[in-house]
Design a binder for this molecule. Structure first.
Ligand code: COA
Length: 574
């Protein structure tokens, strides 16, 4: 079928649904929901047999749903309606939640139901639930709804026929509903409120006497917290600050000041937070107990596991430097296999565009910060490529984008959780050339033509597709816990295998041969020559694109590589 995805943005859910539908042979084109007229034009050009709306912020125009079947993906259980579905579910502590695929009609989210799926609701950030459970349930429900539609004899169930379900119409959640009362709310309530608003819109609060929105909260139960009152800011660690609650404390990782964009706490409030006492963790070992630890190392079964939980997978200069130090330390451990686990939601999304943009707020230089950041990423990638004493594994439990994909590829093996998407290309960010040794790492996996196609087509790669084309090495279990177990088991098998020494010798020989053919320093110098032009040259595209990305400017057109119906010469297949 020809299926048009009408969506507010090409977000991870839209990417996943597009990829799943394409894999089943459907022809997909994408249009951003910018204005009624634009959507109508897309429908006229593409002549879709079905329209799927994975992520909309407003209603589909009547002119479209009157004439075409439109599936709306609602992140709520059957009967739930309204724009804050997940927010209410998390805030109210629901045990089970779901996704419903409805047919668009006049009343929002009230059309007949084509399919639905449910899941146990984890205590986690809204964005995390969206990227894991909601995305998985949406993929299941949309594929079922599309099959039912294709069969031609399925009658969707009117909402009323479900009788008294648990779901109901809920209003847009207001900041008053989210407000934290630091004198009354216990730690669990504070966490639930911040989780329900993460990554958008955050909870309106006041820090250091300044109004802001807060994000990214983690519980603390290791530190002695005898002094101070609920609401007091009592400590800092790396990028986060610690705030007392009535029964403990929470780390707050990110804040957005009025009129600004989201930043790590210690950058959003640099001077103020530097006055707080620092409570650094000792070394890289995973702390025993609940605390906030962005880089954590553990060992089992002869394997080292390195976690790096960086918010949104963005890696600033300092974070790259610290991770490199951890990697260098882990390299000295008496283990012959090292698995890099990244974070739960993202493995890495490359250089930290928000921190770079923040340089423009003071008297710093975003070009200089970009340069520092890419060099720190390169140093990190080099640390991994140059590791000649361990078999390294990048285990991708979460999505990975741009330079993060090549940082992963710098490991010997890349294992991907089924359902994870990789976007191994840079051009979307103002035609950025990219570095992280991609010109070395990519062609040797997929060939020169393959590398050119990946960079030019700018499409997300599913885990299966990445393995098919040789970019990744294995697609493992889709469920997160099963993936972790699978990674640990396979890594331990490599560590215990009788051919480990041979394997390491072969790795060293290959690296030496590659280095003799063309040194890594040459790849780096060539890539950085392009990057220097991107950062300091006459063409400001990268700086403009970063400005809009960080500030979340609304799109004013759909990129041509997504809106295939707008290709010159595209015709409706007969
Ligand atoms: N720096 C800072 N923030 C980043 C980031 C980066 N490199 N990559 C992603 N983010 C943030 C987004 O702004 C968003 O923030 P929010 O919490 O305020 O909503 C959040 O991470 C999630 O990103 P989103 O785009 O919603 O996730 P997605 O899964 O739908 O898409 C990508 C993933 C990778 C396709 C997309 O985020 C992207 O294009 N990122 C930029 C990658 C890049 O160009 N890096 C620099 C070159 S190395």
């Amino acid at each position: 079928m020809r299926i048009l995805l009408l969506t507010h943005a090409f977000n991870s859910l839209t990417q996943r649904l597009g990829a799943e539908l394409q894999r089943r042979g459907h022809e997909i084109s994408i249009e951003f929901d910018i204005a009624d007229g634009v959507a109508e034009e897309a429908v006229a050009l593409f002549k879709p047999q079905l329209i799927v709306a994975p992520y909309l912020r407003r209603a589909i125009p009547e002119s479209i749903w009157q004439r075409h079947v439109c599936f709306v993906v609602h992140p709520g259980i059957v009967g739930d309606r309204g724009p804050s579905a997940l927010d209410w579910a998390i805030l109210n502590g629901e045990q089970e939640w779901g996704v419903t695929v409805l047919q668009a009609e006049a009343a929002m989210d009230a059309g007949p139901v084509w399919a639905s799926a449910t899941f146990p609701l984890r205590a986690a950030k809204k964005a995390s639930i969206y990227r894991h459970e909601v995305t998985q349930a949406a993929a299941t429900a949309v594929l079922q709804a599309v099959e039912r539609f294709a069969a031609g004899d399925f009658a969707p169930t009117p909402l009323a026929a479900f009788g008294a379900t648990h779901g109901r119409l809920r209003p847009l959640m207001q900041q008053a509903d989210r407000a934290i009362d630091w004198q009354r709310d216990d730690t669990a309530t504070v966490l639930r409120k911040i989780n329900a608003a993460d990554g958008f819109p955050g909870v309106a609060d006041t820090l250091f006497g300044t109004a802001c929105h807060i994000f990214d909260a983690w519980p603390e139960s290791l530190l002695p917290l005898a002094d101070g009152h609920p609401g007091d800011l009592v400590a800092r660690r790396e990028t986060a600050v610690l705030r007392k609650t009535i029964d403990g404390a929470v780390w707050i990782g990110h804040a957005r000041r009025a009129g600004d964009f989201k930043l790590p706490m210690t950058l959003a409030f640099a001077a103020e937070s530097s006055a707080l006492p620092e409570t650094a963790l000792d070394g890289w070992w995973r702390a025993d107990g609940q605390t906030w630890q962005d880089i954590a190392y553990e060992e089992s079964g002869g394997v080292g596991f390195l976690h790096f939980e960086f918010y949104n997978g963005a890696m600033s200069t300092t974070q790259c430097e610290r991770l490199r130090a951890a990697l260098a330390w882990a390299r000295q451990r008496p283990v012959r296999v090292l698995a890099l686990l990244g974070g739960a939601d993202f493995w890495s999304n490359g250089i930290h565009l928000n921190v770079i943009e923040a340089a423009s707020l003071g008297d710093g230089s975003p070009a200089d910060e970009s340069w520092n950041n890419i060099n720190a990423m390169n140093d990190l990638a080099l640390e991994l490529i140059a590791n000649d004493g361990q078999i390294t594994i990048a285990a991708l439990a979460g999505n990975t984008g741009a330079g993060g994909c090549f940082l992963a590829r710098a490991a010997d093996l890349v294992w991907v959780r089924d359902g994870v998407l990789q976007n191994p290309h840079y051009k979307n960010m103002g035609n950025l050339y990219g570095s992280e040794y991609w010109t070395y790492l990519l062609p040797r996996r997929v060939g020169d033509d393959g590398a050119r196609d990946i960079m030019r087509n700018r499409q997300p790669l599913t885990a299966q597709r990445a393995v098919e084309i040789g970019f990744s090495d294995a697609c493992l279990a889709g469920e997160t816990q099963a993936f972790r177990i699978d990674v640990a088991r396979r890594a331990a098998e490599i560590a215990a295998a009788p051919d480990l020494a041979e394997r390491l010798a072969a790795k060293r020989a290959r690296r030496a041969a590659d280095e003799a053919a063309k040194p890594l320093a040459a790849y780096r110098a060539e890539e950085l020559a392009h990057m220097r032009r991107n950062f300091y040259g006459f063409d400001p595209s990268y700086h403009v694109a970063r400005h809009h990305f960080v500030r979340k400017s609304l799109a004013s057109w759909t990129p041509r590589h997504l809106a295939r119906h707008r290709d010159l010469g595209w015709t409706v297949p007969q």
